[in-house]
Design a protein around this ligand. Structure first.
Ligand code: MRU
Length: 350
């Protein structure tokens, strides 16, 4: 990748977050000094994409405790539990959020004899470690996924699962950047991704920044573009993958997978090990976030439906495993039957 903006970083006592609600108009950052600002940034999608949410939550835990006046490890852990419980209410679907909160907690619990100041340092190091690790996982996804792509491929993606959604080169887009670095010419079609336009605003922006040819289509054009033979591969990210490979991702992913099956186009999911939830057997157990009706009624300021009309606005859908050709992870590319093959993936919860 030529250029990468940093989505989340610790900066002189504050959490600096790229405000993705302003893209592609403006590259601007919010500086969070209070835990409520981190919660708001996640809820309002200033920071979004499952891995970036996880990294942000890890830093959020540190932010919420770095000025703690706790007198003992026990008091400190009580505060930690309050901070993680609060951040856990920011968004429900991306498992990386809960994964990161658990990981921060587990790390602190390893040192019951430490002072609160020592525990603060432990939390700082763990958040920095989670961020660095996420970047490494993206690179590994790129390395494994790149082999699936050939010179001349035209690839459809949905939502944004690129560098903006992670602390590194992305998940679904990482193999495309890696393929480009190896001299393969790949073109991308980006679904605009109603209602919040992550494809049009974010994927198109970051691909253009990185010199990857990209064409934006409205979501309802994907079928006809496939029927015309213009797309030969599809790759998307994931917010949570169940033990059987069922995958929650941005709303509209499931119909793309159905269309892919009909048109005989390989449909790949790319995700780091932190996105797998082996505690749930299938996608029916994934909580799906319902967002505010105004995102549909007046998404970017203009009223586009009758005022107060009823709206259904789920932020994610679940693609059943039988529609997925392969899942690209930092630990290799996994093929069906996923219930068996995914057992090889190692993460803290497995
Ligand atoms: O609502 P968002 O923008 O957080 O949704 C993001 C997605 O659905 C991404 O595809 C997913 O989190 C994977 S990001 C690497």
């Amino acid at each position: 990748m030529k250029q990468r903006v940093t989505t989340v970083s610790w900066n002189h006592g504050a959490l600096k977050i790229l405000d993705q609600t302003l893209l592609p108009d403006k590259v601007a950052y919010v500086s969070c000094t209070k835990l409520s600002q981190v919660h708001e940034a996640i809820r309002k999608l200033r920071v979004r994409g499952a891995p970036a949410i996880g990294v942000c939550a890890a830093w959020g835990v540190y932010l919420g405790l770095h000025k703690s006046k706790a007198k003992s490890a026990k008091q400190f852990i009580n505060e930690l539990n309050r901070v993680t419980a609060y951040l856990a209410t920011s968004r429900p679907t991306a498992v990386n959020l809960f994964w990161a909160l658990d990981r921060m907690t587990r790390q602190a619990l390893k040192y019951p004899a430490y002072s609160p100041n020592e525990l603060k340092e432990i939390l700082f190091n763990e958040a920095a470690h989670i961020a660095k690790e996420d970047s490494d996982l993206c690179d590994r996804i790129g390395k494994f996924g790149e082999k699936l792509f050939r010179h001349g491929d035209t690839v459809l993606t949905h939502c944004n699962a690129g560098s903006l959604a992670t602390a590194g080169s992305g998940t679904a887009l990482s193999p495309i950047y890696a393929a480009k670095a190896r001299g393969k010419k790949i073109k991308v079609f980006a679904d605009e991704t109603r209602p919040l336009l992550q494809g049009a605003r974010l994927t198109a922006w970051e691909l253009m920044q990185n010199g990857v040819p990209v064409t934006v289509i409205c979501d309802n054009m994907a079928g006809s573009v496939m029927a015309k033979g213009k797309i030969n591969k599809i790759i998307v990210g994931a917010d949570r993958i169940a033990a059987n490979g069922d995958t929650a991702n941005k709303i509209g992913t499931y119909p793309v997978a159905v269309l892919a099956k009909y048109h005989n186009i390989p449909f790949y999911v790319a995700a780091p090990s932190s996105t797998f939830d082996f505690a749930i057997p299938d996608g029916g157990h994934i909580p799906i976030e319902e967002r505010h009706a105004d995102e549909v009624r007046r998404g970017f300021g203009k009223l586009t439906t009758p005022e107060n009309v009823d709206v259904h606005n789920p932020a994610f859908d679940v693609t059943p495993n039988e529609l997925i050709t392969a899942i690209v992870t930092d630990q290799g590319v996994f093929y069906p039957p996923f219930t068996r093959t995914l057992k090889k993936i190692k993460n803290e919860n497995h």
